[in-house]
Design a protein around this ligand. Structure first.
Ligand code: NDP
Length: 296
């Protein structure tokens, strides 16, 4: 075991869920029950598991979950009609389209179809644009979770050098935009690296904070890191076969924890935070739509 502090994502996620539960209570007093719709159009077993987990999470905090499953053979118009219905349904505050959608479906078109006021994933171009222009409404859950882990770990984000490895629309890009904001839990100097970055190690080695979301097992190792840096590992990769199958992150935990001052484990780091932030976005959506002030 290394000497880095372990950032306990399960514990922070539990405290987020607690405040969400309290917010659900305040909404209840105002006669509002928040509702999240999950839409699945895929045979992917991992997606089925994720959707089930999200439903269970909702139950735990008092959010009503509504699940719609669309046959993978159905025309895409059926998906769009479902989204239209959910947009109109006053019992639904948040809509989550589980990705990846089955092949042949125009995914960007599906995401654009979701009412931006119900877009708790923060993927609608309007919400992406609001984040980029410094007026965020719904921010994607994983970046929100990463930011919260950093503040909980006591990282002074303003003025810090943050290197993000990965530029996906899901994680890297929205996180970069979030941490570039002018708020007290942002205001960092952000560098975004990707597969065409020359000398990744050089960038990583001068960072105060390294966030890795590349989908490459053990891409970042201890010898690349600056002494005392804080490492957030977003990656979830299944390696090995049969009984040897395990989950590893994008960071080589063993060597990194010898050098870093704090590090997230995989599993138990960013994963639970992503799930908790979906709940938070959903109560915020419900509060906005009902015009109720909650402090979540
Ligand atoms: P994507 O595959 O969409 O993006 C990966 C990014 O990493 C790309 O920008 C890619 O560059 C970059 N990259 C790939 N290889 C390298 C390399 N060798 N050096 C530098 N950059 C590289 O992945 P996601 O962002 O969707 O997910 C990343 C990881 O996080 C995955 O393991 C995923 O499972 C996990 N994940 C975990 C979540 C959680 O809640 N914990 C939530 C979401 C994702 P380029 O753009 O040039 O291709």
């Amino acid at each position: 075991p290394g000497r880095a502090d372990v950032i306990d994502g399960e514990a922070v996620a539990a405290s987020v869920r607690e405040s969400v539960t309290a917010a659900v209570g305040r909404l209840g007093e105002a006669g509002v029950t928040p509702g999240l719709a999950t839409v699945l159009m895929s045979d992917d077993p991992a997606s089925e598991t994720y959707v089930r987990m999200k439903q269970r999470d909702c139950e735990q905090v008092g959010i009503e979950s509504h699940h719609v499953e669309i046959d993978t053979d159905a025309p895409q118009s059926e998906l769009f009609a479902t989204i239209d219905q959910l947009n109109e349904d006053p019992a639904i505050d948040g809509i989550l389209i589980q990705r990846p959608l089955t092949e042949g479906v125009d995914e960007p078109a599906a995401l654009r179809r979701v009412d931006p006021e119900k877009d708790v994933d923060g993927f609608h171009p309007e919400n992406v644009g609001r984040l980029v222009t410094g007026d965020p409404r719904f921010v994607p859950c994983t970046p929100l979770g990463v930011q919260r882990l950093l503040t909980e770990a006591g990282v002074e984000i303003p003025g810090s050098d943050v290197v993000i490895v990965g530029r996906s629309e899901l994680v890297g890009k929205p996180l970069a935009n979030l941490l570039l904001g002018r708020d007290d839990d942002a205001d960092a100097t952000v560098t975004v690296c990707h597969s065409n970055t020359e000398d990744l190690a050089n960038h990583v080695s001068r960072a105060d904070v390294v966030v890795v979301a590349a989908g490459v097992p053990r891409l970042v190792t201890g010898e690349m890191l600056a002494e005392g840096s804080v490492v957030i590992d977003v990656g979830i990769n299944a390696v090995g076969e049969g009984d040897d199958r395990t989950l590893v992150g994008d960071v080589d935990y063993e060597s990194a924890s010898e050098v870093a001052s704090a590090i997230t484990p995989v599993p138990g780091g960013v994963g639970p935070m992503t799930r908790a932030m979906l709940l938070r976005n959903t109560v915020n959506a419900a509060a906005r739509q009902a015009g109720v002030e909650i402090d979540s």
